[in-house]
Design a protein around this ligand. Structure first.
Ligand code: PMP
Length: 406
């Protein structure tokens, strides 16, 4: 950028740096590449036909309201409907606990504005969702990572790290968690781990930001309780979204929180975009009211469950024996761990030559670790592409292993 413009930027904007991701995007933006790098839902999961007729009906019959500005907190009937869905699971959620947002990425920005002062410590998993880390860092949070084990964020590491930080006079602001089919690892925290973590955050008086876009995309096993439902003290803020169960292009999600926090969040939203799209909210409400929503989720669960199985089978068939991967019970991602001596960025360069791409794991680690790991997405590619892509990837891994043992 021209230097005079660069100098006009705020300190905050000057610090924004998307270099790591830009490099990857450039590397993988090649023709004929099979990409496991993104996280896009499959277009076959979109109920386009139903939405076409509902939209037409809505514009004709309720255009005056649906095309107007609306309440900053969101359409009341939609907030009620969302509260009702949690109540059906036995969770105490009232309409005043719910605020609509323009999908969960906006919620990550709003919660950052709500809770972070420059320099504050925010805790997250090693690894964690990059869009969360970037949102917190854009408000000058200092990210501190806690290792994961097979049950998700490690409670013992969390306790030790918080004690250490407090001794240094650095009380963390909150703990960021993606407890269900985590992006990027696919790991789900079992109930006992959630309870352990809640005990620790209560002991040290921390808040939890629970980000759970994939919760309803479960292919196996039993649903685990949300942190929101396990906590009685109001210290959990939970984010939900229609992006993965319905349509990401609507940019619609919600925040669950104590009414005191919702009130402040509404003031923040007022300055950001006044309200989320009234039309999109009205259409989503109509879709929910027609009871098609759950059937659509069931369809998506079937589509993605099959896609995941195809990837797991291909990994089993083609990957060299020293490579490990997670077997998630739901969601859109799985996580691969290479032998220690193999660097995933070097592997990516080789994989791209062979026509396949993924995201190297270090970008999800706020401390830059995880060099021998990477994330695979299985929701977008066809079965044939997945099989072919995993085979190409396994070839690239095998070559790297041969080089490293030479
Ligand atoms: N949180 C997590 C953990 C995600 O994986 C994503 C999407 N990749 C988001 C938030 C943002 O999703 P959206 O804004 O579409 O709701």
């Amino acid at each position: 950028m021209k230097e005079f413009l660069q100098n006009k930027l705020s300190d905050r904007a000057q610090r924004l740096d998307g270099k790591a991701i830009k490099e990857i995007v450039e590397l993988i933006a090649q023709p004929n590449i099979i990409s496991f790098a993104g996280g896009l839902p499959s277009p076959e999961s979109f109920p386009a036909e139903e939405l076409a007729s509902l939209s037409e009906k809505m514009l004709r019959e309720k255009g005056a309201q649906a095309l107007q500005y609306s309440d900053t907190l969101g359409l009341k009937a939609l907030r009620e409907k969302i509260a009702q869905r949690y109540q059906n699971e036995g969770v105490e959620v009232r309409t005043e606990n719910v605020m609509m947002v323009s999908a969960s990425q906006q919620a990550l920005d709003f919660v950052s504005r709500l809770l972070i002062n420059p320099g504050d410590v925010v805790l997250c998993g090693l690894p964690s969702y990059l869009g969360g880390i970037d949102a917190f860092k854009s408000y000058d949070a200092q990210m501190v990572g806690i290792p994961l084990d097979e049950q998700g964020l490690s409670a013992s590491h969390l306790e030790a790290k918080v004690e250490e930080l407090i001794q240094k006079g650095q009380q963390p602001r909150f703990l960021y968690l993606v407890p269900d089919f985590q992006n990027p690892t696919g790991i789900t925290m079992p109930r006992f781990r959630r309870l352990e973590i809640l005990q620790i955050v209560e002991k040290f008086d921390l808040l939890i930001l629970e980000d759970s876009p994939y919760r309803e995309l479960r292919y196996q096993g039993e649903a685990q309780p949300t942190f929101y439902s396990l906590d009685a003290s109001g210290r959990v803020i939970t984010l939900g979204t229609f992006s993965k169960t319905f349509v990401p292009g609507f940019r619609l999600g919600w925040i669950l929180a104590h009414p005191l926090l919702i009130e402040k969040l509404a003031l923040i939203k007022q300055t950001a975009d006044i309200c989320s799209s009234t039309f999109v909210q009205a259409l989503t409400l109509e879709y929910l009211e027609q009871d098609q929503f759950d059937a659509n989720i069931q369809r998506n669960v079937k589509i993605y469950g099959e896609k995941q199985q195809v990837m797991l089978n291909a990994l089993e068939e083609f990957m060299p024996s020293r490579v490990k991967w997670t077997q998630p019970e739901g969601g859109l991602f799985l996580w691969v761990e290479l032998p220690d001596e193999i660097n995933a960025r070097q592997l990516l360069a080789k994989a791209v030559e062979k026509g396949v791409a993924f995201v190297p794991g270090d970008v999800f680690h706020c401390d830059g670790s995880g060099q021998n790991t990477f994330r695979l997405n299985y929701s977008y590619t066809t079965h044939e592409q997945t099989q072919e892509g995993v085979q190409r990837l396994a070839d690239a891994v095998a070559e790297m292993i041969t080089i490293s043992t030479r």
